[in-house]
Design a protein around this ligand. Structure first.
Ligand code: SF4
Length: 505
């Protein structure tokens, strides 16, 4: 464990994220003035860093344990940021950025390593490039800023700018505030994957609730379609969980209700995440195809049999191939595949093997995830028993995937990061020209209202000046059904906000 003391509030998140990025295998605890005294004293036994930002003796000090088990000061960095704090407590934006830069530099020097994304800890590193492109800044100006102010590597800077340019082009045909997108969540899966932190329940244990769940989804569809009549529906994404865990009959009921409730005539994209190969059948794909779905996702995550077993997916590599060819035979000309790098026990050779198998299938897009260790996943337990050293994700493995995507004629078009990602790297979506998934950009860039239906989904509405308001549906399937009226009320509050702004009739 690494404990850090700091004499102010409000910077806990930034301090925690940056130290965790340098030391991913460690638990990081930040002790601020509001931390309970007893707890603070206990945590200080693991003191790693002491940050003083108030008064004239500002500094960052590093501590180590000596051979007798006593803490001693190891290194001290003077640290002056004048006017860093506003009202003595709230960091000003510039002061906060300066603080993050100094903290990054100190950690880099102390640990002897640099991070590919420098001091950027947010989920959308492309946001800086997007913002600067909108302000007519040149490629060189953006590069300089990202590299000098945020210590981002040349390679990641170039990737951010390339993606930001492509995103701007892809978002152009959307209806912006005159339109919206729809997400429908199916929170059931055949089994639960080791790393899963999504709203997902094994379908066999929830069988008796599935029909009522679909009824509620249909009810939410009616409600949203009624409120947004006259607005253009740009994209629909059915995700989860695994939507294809539903039987062909249930998929038919869901999709035909969608079709009769919404005006789909302006739809730019309609995705169903078929996800797990063990849930895909000819009948289901036939239903999906008959309702105009333009894009499906068949996700192997890895093409190594042993890993598939270890992560609890209960399908084979052969089943992934069969599902993919079935999709092609059924006429799907836009199939995405998801991969995860850094899976337990996998090395660069395994990733190269997976990428080479995927290349043989030749999907239309590829989403490359860096494994993220989520608190709610079984993976955390696995790490406690087996150690972090079996999770290897490096720039080398990311480069193998990027090369594979390039060989399939794909271009990177969206990127995001999550907390606790192996290798402190990123997730990147690649696609061939004309096969991009615009919903994936929307969810990241927050430039359009997304109405989300189903347990655990989060609706986000766009308001003037790019403001976003959100409403969550409860995660638990039973509660979602029981509190269905409450879910509608939450949506109604969002509609009212748009009405107040004159954005909804
Ligand atoms: S398929 Fe996805 S949602 Fe389902 S258990 Fe696996 S990670 Fe979770």
């Amino acid at each position: 464990m690494l404990a850090v003391t700091v004499d102010t509030e409000k910077l806990d998140y930034d301090i925690h994220s940056l130290i965790k990025a340098f030391y991913p295998e460690e638990t990081v605890k930040v002790i601020s003035p509001s931390t309970d005294n007893e707890k603070a004293e206990d945590l200080k036994k693991h003191l790693f860093m002491d940050i003083v930002l108030k008064g004239s003796k500002q500094r960052i000090a590093f501590y180590v344990m000596d051979s007798e088990g006593k803490l001693r000061l190891d290194r001290e960095v003077p640290f002056l940021i004048e006017n860093m704090l506003e009202d003595n407590e709230h960091p000003k934006k510039e002061g906060k950025n300066l603080f993050k830069s100094r903290l990054y530099q100190s950690l880099r020097e102390y640990s002897g390593k640099s991070l590919p994304w420098g001091n950027l800890t947010g989920i959308r590193p492309t946001k800086i490039a997007m913002g600067m492109l909108s302000s007519e800044k040149s490629h060189e100006e953006i590069s300089k800023f990202m590299e000098e102010a945020h210590f981002v590597s040349r390679e990641k800077t170039e990737l951010s700018i390339e993606i930001a340019n492509r995103e701007r082009q892809l978002l152009a045909p959307l209806h912006g505030k005159e339109g919206y997108s729809l997400y429908i969540g199916i929170p059931f899966c055949p089994t639960t994957c080791l790393y899963c932190s999504f709203t997902s329940y094994p379908i066999c244990a929830y069988e008796e609730l599935v029909d009522r769940y679909i009824e509620c989804l249909c009810g939410e569809m009616d409600y949203v379609a009624g409120a947004y009549r006259g607005k253009a529906l740009d994209s629909v994404y059915i995700g989860g969980g695994t939507p294809t865990t539903l039987s062909a009959e249930r998929l038919e009921r869901l999709l035909s209700h969608l079709e009769k409730t919404f005006d789909l005539s302006k739809l730019l994209e309609f995705t169903v995440e078929a996800g797990r190969a063990d849930s895909i059948t000819k009948e289901k794909l036939k239903v999906i195809k008959s309702h105009g779905v333009s894009r499906i996702s068949i996700n192997p995550q890895t093409m190594k049999e042993e890993t598939l077993k270890l992560i609890g997916r209960r399908h084979t590599v052969e089943q992934v191939k069969e599902a993919f060819f079935l999709g092609r035979d059924m006429g799907f000309d836009n199939i995405n595949m998801d991969l995860i790098l850094g899976l337990p026990g996998e090395n660069a050779e395994d990733v190269a093997g997976t990428v080479s198998e995927v290349e043989k299938l030749n999907p239309d897009s590829l989403t490359v995830h860096s494994l993220a260790v989520k608190r709610a996943s079984k993976l955390r337990e696995w790490i406690l028993q087996n150690g972090m050293e079996y999770l290897q994700n490096t720039e080398e493995t990311m480069a193998i995937a990027a090369e594979g995507a390039k060989a399939m004629n794909m271009h990177p078009y969206y990127l995001y990061r999550q907390k606790n990602m192996t290798g402190n790297l990123e997730n990147v979506g690649y696609a061939r020209e004309g096969k991009y998934g615009v919903y994936n950009i929307l969810i990241m860039e927050e430039v359009q209202t997304i109405m989300a239906l189903g347990a655990g989904s989060i609706s986000k509405i766009l308001l003037p000046e790019g403001r976003i308001e959100r409403a969550d549906n409860v995660k638990d399937v039973r509660l979602y059904i029981e509190k269905f009226d409450e879910m509608l009320k939450r949506k109604s509050a969002l509609f009212q906000l748009q009405k107040d702004e004159g954005w909804l009739g």
